[in-house]
Design a protein around this ligand. Structure first.
Ligand code: GLN
Length: 285
């Protein structure tokens, strides 16, 4: 009799052959999804047999993964910071670097003991950034903007799912429909060049929305637009925090320096230049 463990091991081999890294982890996640249990339960039940119906579901999920569909889209949800987010092809899968940026922003306001900031998240996608900040600071007011109605639909489902009410969703192409001023403007805009996109993994290239990944002008067109527009939408002392590609900082800092009090580059958890921080002058004196 084939036990759960032997089938899991076969699935691992199958995924490995298909070029999936972390094949065992992938298999475990797909099995838990198919069987409706936690990963640890797979090992507690390792000797049990599987029904034909369960095997059918597992096979279907493994086939999707073998075609390089991202695990997060197959499972349909994934943790981000302190939330579980529904995810599908309408939005980019939030990355650990973005989580790191969210932590930075939260720490920044905590250290200032500023618990009710007005926040604008541009290109919210799944809502990962906006929702995490809204959850951490229940008295904050967060505007989550995106030009894609599909993304906004999913982001607002995620707000509901996480019982967050201090967020407003706005359909806007960057600042086009934004009113008011903010203590924080935060964004993970598209920043890959067309050429970089050509060379990404099939999971990204064939499944994630290109519109959320690629920007004109070697990947800096959207970043440039966001930086240029920011002074009008930042409160005095307010900050703009951006996720970027790793070789874009020299270019972007050059033209930003004159508009802001502070313009600086910040590394991600992997030691790569990944974030830019700009601060609006306190007053015009
Ligand atoms: N970090 C993403 C990647 O490498 C790109 C995200 C983005 O363009 N905002 O695929």
């Amino acid at each position: 009799m084939s036990t759960l463990l032997t089938i899991l091991k076969q699935a691992e081999q199958f995924l490995k052959q298909k070029g999936i890294t972390n094949a065992l982890f992938n298999a475990e996640v797909l099995f838990s999804c198919a069987l409706g249990c936690d990963r640890i339960d797979l090992y507690l039940r390792h000797n049990s047999a599987l029904k034909e119906e369960q095997l059918k579901v597992i096979r279907a999920l493994l086939t999707r993964r073998a075609h390089r569909e991202p695990l997060q889209y197959i499972v349909g949800e994934w943790p981000f910071y302190e939330l579980i987010l529904s995810l599908d092809h309408r939005v980019l899968i939030p990355r650990p670097e973005t989580e790191f940026m969210v932590e930075w922003a939260i720490k920044y306001f905590r250290e200032k003991r500023f618990y009710n900031p007005q926040v604008l998240d541009l290109g919210t996608g799944s809502g990962a950034i906006a929702l995490s900040i809204a959850k951490e600071f229940p008295r904050s007011k967060v505007i989550a903007a995106d030009k894609s109605p599909d993304a906004l639909q999913l982001a607002s489902e995620n707000a509901k799912r996480n019982k967050l009410r201090n967020i407003t969703f706005v359909q806007s192409t960057w600042y086009s429909s934004i009113n008011g001023t903010f203590d924080l403007i935060i964004s993970n805009p598209p920043y890959l060049s067309e050429n970089e996109w050509q060379n990404v993994e099939p999971e990204i290239k064939n499944f994630e929305p290109k519109i959320a990944l690629v920007a004109d002008n070697e990947g800096i067109a959207d970043l440039t637009e966001i930086i240029k527009g920011a002074p009008k939408f930042l409160k005095p002392d307010g900050i703009l925090l951006l996720e970027t590609g790793q070789s874009q900082h020299d270019n972007l800092l050059k033209f930003a320096n004159e508009n802001f009090d502070v313009s600086k580059s910040q590394k991600d958890q992997f030691g790569k230049d990944r974030f830019l921080i700009f601060q609006q002058p306190i007053s015009d004196l």
